[in-house]
Design a binder for this molecule. Structure first.
Ligand SMILES: NC(=O)c1ccc[n+]([C@@H]2O[C@H](COP(=O)([O-])OP(=O)(O)OC[C@H]3O[C@@H](n4cnc5c(N)ncnc54)[C@H](OP(=O)(O)O)[C@@H]3O)[C@@H](O)[C@H]2O)c1
Length: 341
C-alpha cells in the first residue's frame, strides 16, 4: 500500500467535504486501490495552517473550527499557500480556493508552483483550468505528475471522465448541457409561477445560490465550464470572456408562461457545436420542447448530453454542486492518479 500525502489549499465547503469523504472511504481506498491517504498539511486564508508529516487527525479536522488556533495542537504553523507547497511533505496539492475567471489567480500560481515542484494537482477550481488547462497539463506531463480536474464541471458527476476517456472513441461532435444548478433551480421555480426575484431569494435561503449570485445568473459560471470542456474534449482553448453569454436575469414569468403555451421550457444551456471541426461555444436561455431530455432536468440538478458519431446521443444526469458531491470528484481523481491496483 502506498502513502499518498495530501496538502490542501482552502478549507471551506469542499475542503471540509473532502476530509469527511476521506474519513468514510479510507478503508475502501486502502483495500480496493492500495492508496493510504494522509492529509499532511492545510493552508486556509482565514483558519490558518496545520502540518503533520504523518497525517493530521481526520476526527479533529471534522470538528470544523473558526480558526485552527481553536485546536489545542502543536501542529499549527504559519504557512501561506506558497510556503505550504514548498515546505510540506506532500505528493499532491488539492487547490480548493475561490475561482477567479479573469486571471485564475492566485490559484493559477499555486498550481504552477506545485507542478514545477514535482507534485500532482487536483482541483475543483474552474478559474485557472478554464484559462490555462493546456499549459498546466503540459507542465504536469513535463514533470511526470498528474493534473486532476473532474470536480470543475458537474462536481462529482463524471462529465469529464465520461467524455474524455469513455466516449472519446465514439467521436464527440457536440456537447450541450445544464451546468449551473442555481439557474436551473430558479427557472424550475419560475415555471411554478414564482418571479425571478422570489426564486433567487428561495435559492439563497436553501443554500443553492451564493450571497452574490452574479457569476451564476450572468451565465459566466457556465461559460467557464464549457471553456474547460472545449479544451479537454476538442483541444480548442477558448477564453470564457470571449464566449457569447446571455444569463437568465432578464427572463420574466411571462416568458416562462409563453414557453409553456408552446409546450416548451426555458433552460440555461451551454453548447459546444463543431463546425468545420472548430468548436463554437455559447451560453443562453434556450426554448426546449417538453420531450427533450434536458427539458426534464429540474431543481438544482445538472445534465450533459454528448452527440457522438457511433452512439448518437448519450446523456449523463447528476448533481453539479455540493460539498460531498464535489469532494467525490476529487476522490475520483485521487484514485485515477495514485491507484496501485
Ligand atoms: N461548493 C461547491 O459545490 C463547488 C462545486 C464545484 C466547484 N467548486 C469550486 O471549488 C472551490 C472551493 O469551493 P468552496 O465551496 O469550498 O469555497 P469556499 O467555501 O468559499 O472555500 C474556499 C476557502 O478557501 C479559502 N481561500 C481563499 N483564498 C485562499 C488562498 N489564497 N489561500 C488559502 N485559502 C484561501 C477561503 O477563505 P476566505 O473565506 O477567507 O476567502 C475559504 O476558506 C471553488 O473554486 C469553487 O468554485 C465548488
Amino acid at each position: 500500500m502506498k502513502n499518498v500525502r495530501i496538502g490542501m489549499i482552502g478549507f471551506g465547503n469542499v475542503g471540509q467535504g473532502f476530509v469527511q469523504v476521506i474519513a468514510q472511504k479510507r478503508e475502501l481506498l486502502r483495500g480496493e486501490y492500495g492508496i493510504n491517504p494522509l492529509i499532511t498539511a492545510i493552508s486556509d486564508k482565514v483558519k490558518g495552517s496545520l502540518r503533520n508529516d504523518d497525517g493530521l487527525d481526520l476526527g479533529l479536522l471534522q470538528k470544523v473550527p473558526v480558526s485552527f488556533a481553536d485546536f489545542e495542537t502543536n501542529e499549527i504553523v504559519g504557512w501561506d499557500a506558497p510556503e505550504m507547497i514548498a515546505e510540506s511533505r506532500s505528493d499532491v496539492i488539492l487547490e480548493l480556493s475561490i475561482a477567479n475567471y479573469e486571471t485564475g489567480e492566485p490559484a493559477l500560481s499555486y498550481m504552477t508552483q506545485a507542478l514545477n515542484a514535482g507534485k500532482s494537482v487536483i482541483t475543483s477550481n474552474k478559474g485557472p483550468i478554464a484559462l490555462s488547462y493546456r499549459s498546466l497539463n503540459g507542465l504536469a506531463q513535463k514533470n511526470g505528475v498528474g493534473l486532476g480536474i473532474e470536480g470543475t464541471v458537474m462536481s462529482g458527476t463524471p462529465a469529464i471522465r465520461v467524455g474524455k476517456e469513455l466516449l472519446y472513441s465514439a467521436g464527440i461532435t457536440a456537447v450541450r448541457g445544464i451546468f449551473n444548478g442555481t439557474c436551473n433551480y430558479i427557472l424550475s421555480e419560475m415555471k411554478s409561477g414564482r418571479s425571478f426575484e422570489e426564486a433567487l431569494s428561495l435559492a439563497q435561503k436553501l443554500g443553492f445560490a451564493e450571497a452574490d449570485p452574479t457569476l451564476d445568473i450572468s451565465g459566466m459560471d457556465t461559460a467557464m465550464k464549457i471553456a474547460i470542456l472545449s479544451e479537454v474534449l476538442f483541444g480548442e482553448r477558448i477564453v470564457p470572456t470571449e464566449i457569447p453569454v446571455t444569463g437568465i436575469s432578464d427572463l420574466t414569468t411571462e416568458d416562462i408562461r409563453e414557453a409553456a403555451d408552446q409546450k416548451c421550457v426555458r433552460k440555461l444551456i451551454g453548447t459546444i457545436q463543431t463546425t468545420n471541426d472548430r468548436p463554437e461555444l455559447s451560453v443562453k436561455p434556450v426554448l426546449l420542447p417538453f420531450n427533450d431530455p434536458l427539458a426534464q432536468i429540474n431543481g438544482a440538478m445538472n445534465a450533459i448530453q454528448f452527440e457522438t458519431d457511433f452512439l448518437g446521443q448519450v446523456t449523463l444526469i447528476g448533481p453539479g454542486a455540493g460539498r460531498l458531491e464535489t469532494a467525490d470528484g476529487l476522490i475520483q481523481d485521487l484514485i485515477s492518479l495514485f491507484r496501485e491496483k
